[in-house]
Design a protein around this ligand. Sequence first.
Ligand code: HEC
Ligand code: CU
Length: 319
Amino acid sequence: MSTEVDAGLSAGFHLLDQTASTAATPVDALFTALVILCGSVALAVCALIVFFCVRYRHGSSAARAGPKRTLTWLEVAWTLTPLLIFVGICAWSARDYLRLYRPPPEALPVAVVAKQWMWKLQHRNGRREINELHVPLGQPVLLRMSAQDAIHSFYVPAFRLKQDVLPGRITALWFTPTQLGEFHLFCAEYCGSEHSHMIGRVVVMRPDDFSRWLAEGPAQPSLAQYGFALFRQLGCSGCHAAGSTVHAPLLDGLPGRRVHLQDGRAIVADDNYLRDSILLPRKDVVAGFEPVMPSFAGQVSEEDIQALIAYLHATGETR
Ligand code: HEC
Ligand SMILES: [Cu+2]
């Protein structure tokens, strides 16, 4: 792609990798602060070791008597100062961490399925990719990720982002790319003999190039349309449709809503709740309904589950 600035994969020595997402700057700031802090403590300890070695060496005339009195304020000061520094670092990193896990609502969703040994990605309009992720510059992207077999980890060093991808649950990751180019994508969790081949790239494009790219490729149903087809094929609609004879909850607009359960708990219908509803229907039974829903474990693939979830999300969007 000649219009692209090929920045990401360029060779050469960098102390830190490029900063190509909005997550990178705060992560670098925290990392630098920790290196400076730990470095200064280590240097101070080394300097004192050398100083004491010389000062109290065998035969020196330095005074060796203990202190005559204890200085309470000094002890309190050197206990409280590090405490405050570390609590401060904890608060600082917690703030950044929480921000990393709160995607903006307008983020572009991408379904990611990790398997031995590749990344399978699917955009909202149905366009699929393997080991490559194309994203638009300056626009937040939300990855909904799950694994088909072992634990994998989605790692883009230039974005300073790493998130485990697990079998049995959906983990999310969001970022806003801030630089055009291509960036390394690694699996950062040893996942079997060909783990080291589980690599790919993230391609950040200009928004108009991205729209064009997204529209290319074979025509296929969008993720939500495919999810809707599954919803009918698997018989979900037989129970969940408005006119059904089975007493089952309507699912329109369910994602993000608060659900009251039979056992008195109330939980927010996040992606993992939706996933568990399909695979482990007995786990969270909705209040006022009989637990008659069968489990679809073994009948649906990870992609199918992502598509069903995309369909459920789409029912809540104004079309
Ligand atoms: C035999 C009828 C039946 C079928 C088939 C069925 N469900 Fe259900 N489903 C129910 C009932 C009844 C409940 C409420 C009780 C419960 O939570 O188990 C429910 C609950 C749910 C919930 C939680 C709803 C809420 O309001 O929190 C989701 C999500 C769901 N089903 C999705 C699906 C999907 C997706 C399929 C198809 C893959 C499906 N269901 C197939 C009967 C069914
Ligand atoms: Cu892996």
